[in-house]
Design a protein around this ligand. Structure first.
Ligand code: ZN
Length: 226
């Protein structure tokens, strides 16, 4: 199959990007790109612990990771739709992203989604969300995917029974810095998309996950999609 639709999903921390892209990406013919899964461990490790870097990855690494992912996906015919979880992260990354797509998947339609929500909701969500170190074997022990708590004991993982933990980056000091950084970069991301005539659809991540899912599905089936 041909890669026909690329859906970058960006937004502030805890807006629901990972939940949304994971749900959408489960369907046949769809895939999810998460940058950190394609970046060497040594680079991830260097970015993980400092509030200044906050997982910031240099442009060379980003382009290399993105290009090899797109190339492999196109060559394997693995997906007609790819969701990009929390990517691109800057205006410069938007430009790389569009260039790489144009080179490797000409004709691929881009529908950008900004999942935004008010700051109070972000903080409340980040405070409550948990990850599972057992179910998600992260190379630098910094799991990100939302874990479902057990019905009997909210401290434990519904899947494996292990103790759940807050995400490392949700610690108040890091979270505040991440929210600020997003506010500083969002305008550049939107501007780079607009310069390339890619419409950015803004969705409210403050509603339920089911509502957001419905909104995005409506967006993706609008007009000519595969
Ligand atoms: Zn688990």
């Amino acid at each position: 199959m041909t890669l026909a639709l690329a859906v970058p999903v960006f937004g502030p921390p805890a807006a629901g990007k990972t939940t949304l892209t994971a749900t959408l990406g489960q369907m046949p013919g769809r895939a999810v790109f998460r940058l950190r899964e394609h970046v060497p461990e040594t680079i991830l490790a260097a970015t993980a612990t400092s509030a200044e870097r906050l997982g910031w990855i240099d442009d060379f690494t980003v382009v290399t990771a993105l290009r090899s992912y797109i190339e492999a996906t196109v060559q394997a015919g693995a997906a007609h739709t790819v969701f990009f979880d929390n990517f691109p992260g800057t205006g410069a990354q938007v430009r790389f992203f569009l260039t790489v797509l144009e080179q490797h998947a000409p004709g691929c339609v881009v529908r950008a989604v900004e999942l935004a929500t008010d700051t109070m909701t972000l903080y409340r969500r980040a405070f409550h969300r948990r990850v599972c170190h057992r179910c998600e074997r992260d190379p630098i022990r910094d799991p990100r995917l939302p874990a479902v708590p057990s019905a009997d004991d909210a401290q434990r993982c519904a899947r494996c029974g292990g103790i759940l933990h807050p995400r490392r980056g949700d610690a108040p000091r890091l979270l505040r810095a991440r929210v600020q950084r997003y506010q500083q970069t969002a305008a550049g991301i939107c501007q780079a998309f607009s310069e390339a005539d890619v419409e950015v659809v803004r969705l409210d991540g403050g509603t339920s996950a089911a509502q957001v899912f419905e909104d995005v599905t409506a967006l993706l089936t609008r007009g000519s999609t595969p």
